[in-house]
Design a protein. Structure first.
Length: 402
């Protein structure tokens, strides 16, 4: 499919986000049926996910060579052969040799190539996790399941299951999560009446563990300081029974506008949005919140199943900058917590240096201010089958001074 090759080329040559490119192409192809749309999306994500591996099969190095459209067609040919053991009878494949694809495939022995990651990332993860890193990488290359969170302000999970079934959407309950459903077959659930009525949100199962970790209650003042599109703000509102006040903040105004639309659809009225335009915005909120959620910027290595292009965009210097930013956010934003209040630090990363080590360093720096670690949660795709996620619940002493 020519559009898939073009889309993959745009993702790499223009450094665009894969999900945005796929979404744009799908919107532009009004005549495609469900099967065509699914094939296009899945094949583009497969190309991106297996970019280095397919390059090795095709006899090219897409990581170090200037990318050309003929090169992308070679990778597409490798994908076709790897998926179907055949090559379509297209003009673009006229000079391709499937026996050469098979021979090169047999001679791939590097785990970094087999699991299709940059060398620096493979070496870095190996240093952190040892032999388990190979298993982690393999799990991150599997397509992610789709999970829903029932909006309990509007409907209970079991009732949502029945309503979705009437709309042709089969789901199963996730036992350890009271509001979570797992989609049994991929569907365009955004077109369902249940979605339009705000009865559920799409949210990974691991992500659904973060808001409950904060131990909110109706009437509290809560700050979601890195709110993004607001999935966790909406979950907090449901846990608070839409009573109290949630201040959802982010440095990107467009994300908060999206949250406002989602809150309206979810029938949530306690969320106020505020753009973080300067450090003064944070300083003005010192000692004001019962609870603070910091779902901080991170490497996003825990969600590579959903965003495989991340591994090609991220660099080791980027990771160092991210860690510095995380430490700064934790140090400054924690000042918004009232004495005796709680804070959750969360990432969708797997790396200890972004997770428990960041928390340990914060506690060491704040030794005199009375912060303590109450609970930690870790999720790994190869263990629980969910996205990679980390959360730490921290408590500020009632007498501690920042």
């Amino acid at each position: 499919m020519e559009q898939a090759v073009q889309a993959a080329s745009e993702i790499f040559t223009r450094s665009q986000y894969a999900d945005k490119v796929v979404e744009r192409y799908l919107k532009s192809q009004k005549k495609w049926g469900a099967r065509d749309r699914r094939f296009f999306a899945e094949s583009v994500y497969d190309l991106v996910r297996w970019w280095r591996y397919l390059g090795a099969m095709a006899g090219v190095d897409p990581l170090s060579s200037p990318l050309t459209l003929p090169m992308v067609w070679k990778l597409w040919g490798a994908w076709c052969y790897n998926t179907y053991q055949e090559l379509p009878a297209w003009d673009e494949f006229r000079d391709f040799d499937k026996d050469a694809f098979a021979e090169r495939k047999r001679n791939i022995h590097s785990v970094a190539v087999l699991e299709s990651v940059p060398d620096w990332l493979y070496d870095h993860g190996k240093k952190e996790f040892g032999p388990e890193w190979d298993e982690i990488l393999h799990s991150l290359n599997q397509p992610a399941e789709v999970f829903l969170r029932a909006n309990t302000l509007r409907i209970q999970r079991e009732d949502l299951m029945q309503k979705l079934k009437l709309e042709g959407v089969e789901t199963a309950a996730v036992p350890e999560l009271p509001s979570a459903l797992r989609l049994l077959e991929r569907k365009n659930i955004a077109s369902t009446e249940s979605f339009k009525q705000g009865l559920f949100e799409v949210q990974d199962a691991a992500s659904q563990r973060v808001a409950p970790l904060l131990q909110v209650a109706p009437g509290m003042r809560v700050i979601d300081a890195c709110a993004g599109g607001g999935g966790k703000s909406l979950h907090l509102a449901a846990l608070m029974k839409n009573k109290g006040h949630i201040l959802s903040m982010d440095v990107h105004e467009w994300k908060l506008k999206d949250l406002q639309r989602r809150a309206q659809r979810n029938h949530v009225s306690i969320i106020e949005t505020r753009v973080i335009e300067s450090p003064e915005v944070i300083r003005s909120l010192a000692n004001s919140a019962d609870r603070v959620l910091l779902d901080v910027p991170c490497s996003a290595l825990g969600v590579l199943r959903r965003n495989p292009d991340t591994k090609w965009k991220l660099t080791l210097p980027d990771l160092e900058k991210i860690k510095t930013l995380q430490a700064e956010i934790l140090a400054e934003y924690s000042k918004m917590v009232k004495p005796g209040g709680l804070l959750v630090y969360a990432t969708c990363s797997l790396l200890p240096e972004e997770n428990e080590r960041q928390v340990q360093a914060f506690l060491a720096r704040q030794a005199k201010s009375g912060w303590r670690l109450k609970e930690e949660i870790h999720f790994f795709p190869h263990r629980q089958g969910f996205d990679g996620f980390y959360g730490a619940l921290l408590e500020r002493s009632a007498s501690g001074a920042l």
